[in-house]
Design a protein. Structure first.
Length: 155
């Protein structure tokens, strides 16, 4: 089971990968060339975990890699994308539009999660301020006042 943070990171990195891959398709390259080149270009941007999943071993064909990703990729919601890519690649259909839409969908999911997080952030910050900021401020304001009143009243 993936943690939510790891799940988000993998989806974000996949979005970058598919955006870059779609640029190779726009330039007229095939997936057999674009896939490993995209991995080379994004080498420093991708986590080791994702690189291991997307890496094309020498003995494995691109079709078998896509099949393996469609069956075993850790983010189950992304398995469908790899299955669709495999079917399109095997049938010889154009991949540019599909890969672009995959990247766009992953980006939109990321933005929706970010929007949801940003909507709950003010509440979290208010609670933190009430717990950690307000009591010290009250102490700083009222302790000198109370000590001064204690000094004045008995005398």
């Amino acid at each position: 089971m993936l943690s939510a943070k790891r799940h988000r990171r993998l989806r974000k990195e996949l979005s970058h990968f598919f955006h870059s891959l779609s640029l190779f398709f726009l330039a007229g390259y095939d997936m057999a060339y674009g896939w490993p080149e995209t991995l080379k270009l994004l080498n420093s941007e991708l986590s080791e975990d994702l690189k291991q999943w997307l890496k094309l071993p020498d003995a494995e064909s691109l079709v078998s890699l896509l099949e393996r990703l469609a069956m075993q990729f850790p983010v189950t919601s992304c398995r469908t994308w790899f299955s669709v890519l495999r079917e399109l690649y095997v049938s010889g259909s154009p991949l540019n539009e599909a890969v672009g839409n995959i990247a766009l969908t992953l980006s939109e999911e990321h933005l929706r999660e970010l929007d949801c997080h940003c909507r709950t952030l003010p509440t979290k910050i208010n609670i933190l301020m009430l717990l950690f900021f307000l009591p010290p401020v009250m102490i700083l304001l009222f302790v000198p006042l109370i000590t001064e009143m204690m000094r004045i009243l008995p005398g």
